[in-house]
Design a protein around this ligand. Structure first.
Ligand code: AMP
Ligand code: MG
Length: 430
């Protein structure tokens, strides 16, 4: 079977209104990337527990009623709701007891009830359970006070969680703990998931040294590979770390070829600034179909995006800027959702938290700014966000101190103290 040719970069560009590679707004950049990236479709079956965090590949339709029978929601006494007297006590005779898991019960006659535990199957004809703390006991009889209960109370209906034929889970879902439990409630031992996305990455720059190497004069330790590794690890993709690559055409070409041959996506950091006098951009352009953007964002501006050719099909290239905070911000703003989309996941956009700004913030309309922020509970309810110290794009410490990124949107202007702002919280971020 021949694969349909992916759309050219030029044809994607022609679909994006307001496309300006030299000042590209974030929404346009995201729309472009969404059209660029292919969606995985290679299904594997995994034992249920191994499917946690993976992308469900097929809809799961319930072949059972969950619960299978009407059952009691409380410890108490089951009876027919029609026995309930109006405005006066109801007196019933207790004829037996039913525990969760007991098969079926003898029929219960008029004026009778049965002791029942939570989860036990409701005997035929009974539809109501009175909780034990509501009743008075008198020998083998119980007295239910007037007006504490209505017919049908405290009974769970067969299939109220999942009925036969219900769509339990939809393909494209990233499986969370509740989903794993839901699949277990259907008795599903194996789950069809998409294979893991493979992501290769490396750092570029002659000044970079890896951990374990001496730090020569003028050099810095490569931190981007470690933040990238950490962010990718949390996304649950398969990771291929190709190390630090020197600013040398052959070394760069070899790294790009290896990366593209072994991965669905290639992420690099450094070497994509406008006017940069290194070889990264030249080699990217030679080995693939690549656009060089200046994005209307701060921090993060430069980025390369496109495809690197490989025998198995092109790999998607995300060429991120080199500054340590810019790498993280562009990853969260543009790459994270794209990798999830490539993994076959649907609806993966992160929710933003509305917070009160603790201080005034200068902001120019016409670009999206991401400020490192600390979110704390506000006095009187809600949340307050204050900016962490220096916002320089090389200051990783203020990123580490932050527990969220304040997102000041493209058209937004100056923020006054007390204004509402959006924050992308780090906690819970995958
Ligand atoms: P570049 O985008 O290559 O011009 O790099 C911008 C700045 O980020 C320079 O100060 C680089 O030294 C720094 N930088 C680039 N890559 C890394 C990295 N992997 N780890 C730490 N700093 C980096
Ligand atoms: Mg560089």
């Amino acid at each position: 079977m021949t694969r349909p040719l992916p759309p050219s970069l030029a044809s994607i560009v022609s679909c994006i209104s307001g496309y300006d590679p030299n000042a590209l707004p974030i929404p346009q950049a995201r729309a472009f990337i969404d059209q660029l990236v292919p969606r995985l479709n290679t299904v594997e079956m995994l034992p249920l527990r191994s499917a946690l965090g993976r992308v469900l590949a097929r809809d799961i339709v319930s072949h059972l009623n969950v619960p299978a029978h009407d059952n009691s929601a409380m410890d108490g006494y089951a009876f027919a709701g029609s026995e309930l007297a109006e405005d006066t006590d109801t007196v019933l005779q207790v004829t037996g007891a039913l525990l969760a898991g007991d098969p079926s019960a003898r029929p219960v006659g008029a004026g009778q009830c049965v002791r029942i535990m939570t989860g036990a199957v409701m005997p035929a004809g009974l539809d109501t359970v009175v909780p034990q703390e509501f009743v008075q006991q008198d020998g083998d009889r119980i007295i239910i006070p007037a007006n504490v209960l209505r017919a049908g109370d405290n009974r769970r209906l067969a299939g109220e969680d999942l009925a036969i034929g219900d769509n339990a889970l939809t393909a494209g879902r990233v499986l969370r703990p509740a989903d794993i439990g839901l699949l277990a409630s259907l008795g599903q031992a194996e789950v069809p998931v998409q294979r893991r996305l493979r992501v290769a990455f490396f750092s570029t720059g002659n000044e970079l040294r890896s951990i374990g190497e001496p730090l020569d004069e003028g050099c810095v330790y490569d931190s981007n590979r470690y933040t990238l590794w950490s962010m990718l690890q949390r996304l649950g993709v398969e990771i291929l770390d190709l190390g630090v690559v020197r600013d040398d055409p052959q070394a760069l070409a070899a790294a790009f070829s290896t990366a593209a041959a072994n991965a669905d996506a290639v992420i690099t950091s450094g070497g994509v600034s406008v006017g940069e006098a290194d070889h990264t951009k030249t080699v990217m352009a030679e080995l693939g179909d690549v656009l060089f953007w200046r994005i209307a964002m701060r921090p993060g501006r430069p980025m390369a995006i496109g495809r690197i050719r490989a025998d198995h099909g092109d790999a998607i290239l995300f060429g991120l800027p080199g500054n340590p905070v810019a790498v993280m911000v562009t990853f969260y703003a543009l790459v994270r959702d794209a990798l999830l989309t490539m993994s076959g996941a649907t609806s993966n956009t992160l929710p933003l938290l509305r917070c009160t700004a603790a201080q005034p913030i200068r902001k120019k309309p016409g670009r999206t700014e991401y400020q490192r922020a600390i979110v704390t509970p506000a006095t009187g309810g809600g949340w307050q966000a204050s900016i962490t110290g220096s916002q320089g794009s090389g200051i990783l410490r203020s990123m580490s101190e932050a527990n969220g990124l304040m997102v000041l949107h493209h058209d937004q202007g100056n923020v006054a103290a007390g204004d509402l702002v959006d924050v992308l919280p780090f906690d819970g971020l995958i």
